[in-house]
Ligand binder design. Structure first.
Ligand SMILES: [Zn+2]
Length: 293
């Protein structure tokens, strides 16, 4: 009995190495930094679906550009180390290829100690309420598109004012900066006139369903869109909403007008992209590199 199990193991191992990864499925990188996005995709155009398990969550593939695809977000604070991705590719009825990858997560954003500014009790209570409300909305997102088109940036031209992960510090003494947090999105320029006063329309980065339109104390007027498969996008500091909660939007559709509502002084668009129903925050640039044309 023992010998039988042993030989089955030896036989299985080279088979899965040869067939699943090297012939059928690709991954865009095996060494990945915090906040980046992994893309696992079938090499050939096919409707054969697959699924993978990563960090205890099961991810079903979806059609993207006619290829079965799974996107895995590496949260900007995910613990460093080696992780495995396991799954199966269904080639036909009762015919499966195993999928197995080992990936290494490297550090880009060491943990920071941050003490937020003191606010009045009333203000803090409102912030806590808004934070909890959005978390609950994202946890429940369940939009199910038949297929996923490519993503597009929300402003054209897309000029970056502040990158993901830049340090925002509250205290500064001569050369040194203290009490910093990371900027958890990208700021795009959204007023192109000479005086930087005329705000641009903001566009949905992909098809989806509007799940939140709200005037928030820090984020200002905010739209959140559910794109399916746990992926969401948030558009902050708008001056005007052009969509309502529950509305189905198309990629490129105007969802609002840029502005400077909330805690900001100049007109710009702050875009946040989350995966895994709000649990994973990724760098929108890394996301767009994986999913735009
Ligand atoms: Zn920002």
């Amino acid at each position: 009995m023992k010998r039988l199990v042993l030989s089955a193991g030896i036989l299985l191992f080279p088979w899965q190495e040869l067939f699943a990864e090297q012939v059928r499925v690709t991954i865009n990188k095996k060494t990945v930094y915090q906040s980046e996005v992994l893309k696992i995709q079938l090499i050939q155009k096919s409707t054969a679906p697959f699924s993978v398990n990563f960090l205890g969550r099961k991810h079903e593939s979806f059609l993207m550009g006619r290829r079965q695809t799974v996107l895995l977000g590496i949260d900007y604070q995910l613990k460093l180390g080696t992780y495995s991705i396991t799954g199966v590719l269904k080639e036909a009825d009762n015919f499966y290829f195993p999928i197995y990858y080992k990936i290494t997560v490297r550090e880009k954003f060491p943990k920071l100690k941050y003490v937020p500014p003191k606010r009045s009790e009333k203000e803090q209570a409102r912030i806590n309420k808004e934070t909890e409300e959005k978390r609950a909305v994202l946890e429940r997102i369940d939009y199910q598109p038949d297929s996923m088109g490519h993503f597009a940036r929300p402003v054209h031209p897309a000029v970056v004012n502040a990158n993901f992960g830049e340090k925002r510090c509250r205290d500064r003494t001569l050369w040194r900066r203290f009490n910093c947090r990371y900027h958890l999105g990208i700021d795009y320029r959204a007023a192109f006139d000479f005086f930087h006063q005329r705000p641009e329309p903001i566009r949905a980065i992909n098809n989806g369903r509007v799940v939140l339109t709200e005037s928030r104390i820090v984020d200002g007027k905010t739209v959140v869109i559910d794109h399916g498969y746990g992926i969401s996008s948030e558009y902050l500091h708008l001056s005007k909403f052009s969509v309502k909660i529950g509305e189905i939007v198309k990629r490129g559709q105007i969802i609002g007008i840029a502005g400077k509502t909330g805690a900001t002084e100049a007109i710009h668009l702050h875009l946040t992209i989350k995966m895994d129903n709000g649990k994973t925050i990724v760098d929108p640039e890394s996301f767009f590199q994986a999913v735009s044309k």
